[in-house]
Ligand binder design. Structure first.
Ligand code: ADP
Length: 398
């Protein structure tokens, strides 16, 4: 029997599954979208296999449908050896991945207050999966865990101390699984060990964050208490003056409305007035749409400022790394960002950049650049699968 590993990633209205074999090679992927809404649908391996879902299908129903399709297609002939779950917020309780037992489950529930949009959904995936596979070890892998090494000066806000003591208000950071994968991959590409590799890692997808990683350990990052802080994102504002809440209240806008706008109507979408999708923005900008060009400018300028900020935590830099849908694919964003960093000595090779670093082991810097610049495709699901199989072999708890 082959030791397959199933990875479950529940988003607000989506569920993604990835199936890996015992050598951690991806065997299949499944996705369900539009969950809890009128137009839910699911498919396996891209467009290969469509699966019917009832309108309003829940995450649990989607999981069951995708798992039975995996079985029907012969992709998962027996129960998986381990199941890994992506969990967004592990608070201060989780410094690393953990085997899910009742006590871990209640700690994850306790973190739900810190991530009300994410953790309850992640928990629904865990519960559904435990019901479906009661005998299989289930492992939680946290977006926050990798950043638990941040020093106090990086994670404490300059706020009344009681807010941290009483309510755990501090910076946590997210995308930790991807930033961790970046330092592992960068070390491999640079022929170093992860423990002696220092990078700045920019994860640019729909959500965006940047991390300073010193000798394999996260020492600063741009996201904070929630995934709203820091860089400009698809629909999230990133950093704004917190005074905005008070000012807009005088204009009759409630805190709830501001919160909603900062999360869902800001970022690239807010500036361009058109879309949160970087590829579409680039096309619009090419056709002379000025707000789209401006959105790209603001995105890159903020990112460059944060690269500078991350330097403050490092005494050596082995590479600046780009990843995520935008980081991996947008030569334009990388070029515009690096143009701001000329004074720090970053310089691109335009040809390598246009090719997304392919055939160059990820390298896109020019020979005169003070630091290597890398493009590395992320694979958070692979990291979750590796962690799940490691912990299922040698169980330990957080
Ligand atoms: P998520 O955070 O949801 O996983 P992704 O990492 O897939 O998102 O990133 C999605 C973003 O990547 C979108 O803004 C999309 O437009 C952008 N992207 C993907 N391919 C390209 C491309 N070729 N050029 C520019 N942007 C791209």
């Amino acid at each position: 029997m082959e030791d397959t590993i199933l990875v479950v990633n529940c988003g607000s209205s989506s569920l993604k599954l990835a199936l890996f074999d015992g050598q951690h090679r991806r065997k299949a992927s499944g996705i369900a979208e539009g969950l809890l809404g009128d137009e839910s649908f699911a498919q396996i391996n891209g467009k290969d296999e469509k699966i019917e879902l009832a309108p309003g299908a829940s995450h649990a129903e989607a999981l069951e449908a995708l798992v039975s399709a995996f079985r029907r297609l012969g992709l998962m002939p027996s129960d998986p050896f381990a199941i890994g779950h992506r969990v967004v917020h592990g608070g201060e309780a989780f410094h690393k991945a953990t085997l899910i037992d009742d006590s871990a489950l209640s700690s994850i529930e306790a973190c739900a207050g810190l991530a009300p949009l994410h953790n309850p959904i992640n928990l629904s995936g865990i519960n559904a999966s435990r019901e479906l596979f009661p005998a299989v070890p289930q492992i939680a892998v946290f977006d926050t865990a990798f950043h638990q090494t941040l020093p106090q000066k990086a994670y404490l806000y300059a706020l009344p101390g009681a807010w941290y003591r009483d309510w755990n208000v501090r910076r946590y950071g997210f995308h930790g699984t991807s930033h961790y994968f970046m330092v592992m991959e960068a070390a491999r590409l640079l022929s170093r060990t992860p423990a002696t590799t220092s990078i700045i890692s920019a994860h640019l997808g729909n959500g965006c964050s940047i991390a300073a990683i010193r000798d394999g350990i996260s020492v600063d990052t741009s996201m904070g208490l929630t995934p709203l802080e820091g860089l400009v994102m698809g629909t999230r504002s990133g950093d704004v003056d917190p005074g905005i809440f008070d000012f807009l209240s005088t204009q009759g806008v409630s805190a709830d409305e501001v919160h909603n706008a900062l999360n869902h109507q800001s970022g690239l979408l807010g500036i361009s007035g058109q879309t949160n999708d970087m590829r579409s923005l680039c096309e619009l900008a090419d056709h002379g749409h000025k707000p789209s060009a401006l959105a790209i400018d603001i995105f890159c300028f903020r990112l460059a400022k944060y690269v500078g900020a991350m330097m403050a935590s490092l005494s050596r830099l082995d590479a600046l790394v780009f990843t995520g849908g935008i980081g991996e694919n947008s030569a334009r964003v990388r070029q515009k960002t690096i143009e701001h960093l000329h004074l720090m000595g970053f310089e691109l090779n335009t040809g390598f950049n246009e090719l997304d670093g392919q055939h160059m082991n990820g390298h896109i810097e020019s020979t005169g650049s003070r630091f290597p610049i890398l493009v590395i495709p992320t694979d958070e699901e692979l990291v979750i699968a590796r962690e799940a199989s490691r912990l299922a072999d040698t169980p330990e708890t957080a």
